[in-house]
Design a protein around this ligand. Sequence first.
Ligand code: GLN
Length: 231
Amino acid sequence: SSSGSSDKKYIIATDTTFAPFEFEDKNGKRVGIDMDLLKAIAKDQHFDYTVKALGFNAAVQSLESDQSDAVIAGMSITSERKKKFDFSDPYFDSGVGMAVKANNTAIKDYSDLKGKTVAVKTGTEGATFANENKAKYGYSIKTFEDSANMYEDVKSGNSAACFEDYPVLGYAIAKGQPLKLVGKLQAGNSYGFAVHKGKNAELLKKFNKGLKNLKDSGEYDKIVNKYVKKK
Ligand code: GLN
């Protein structure tokens, strides 16, 4: 079309299951904080989009190869990633935690992981943390493409623990996953909406504007509180 950006339908890539940020509800509808924020921001800023739930690593790769226009996937704003991507203003604070099977009393901290297997999700901050501390604590690492299978491996006892963003672990536990958080939580990076560096600047600007409007109107809090009850 000749009329430019207003006709564009952006392709936004996301994770498959990363509740409460993106997941399918019982009707098969993709919901969550990221999905609801995106929807409200798009409405506020008048842009069209389709969501592709690819998995975290695949979503990031699709952005890098320009098969998508943006990623919203609980994606942490890191200095390493800033070399390749431009991020929106931060919209949610997070960090990495460790979870073990709920009835596991043997593992209380990282130092109990010696000789054990730790499960992580490819390309995530949890995986980076696991890799950086592997030699120090003497565990081996098993990688998964999605959180659901990673949790299963901990629940079945194959992996002793998993490293994942603590708001996500906390939500899973609150929703009945037989896991528990142990050890020290790692201060982490906030989540941002990402575009390929130097590309889709207009979309990024709209996201930031819309996010600000949602914060000012109270809509942002409403969306977050729908999923995580603030104390
Ligand atoms: N916040 C983490 C990261 O950016 C995990 C994101 C995810 O698993 N969807 O690496």
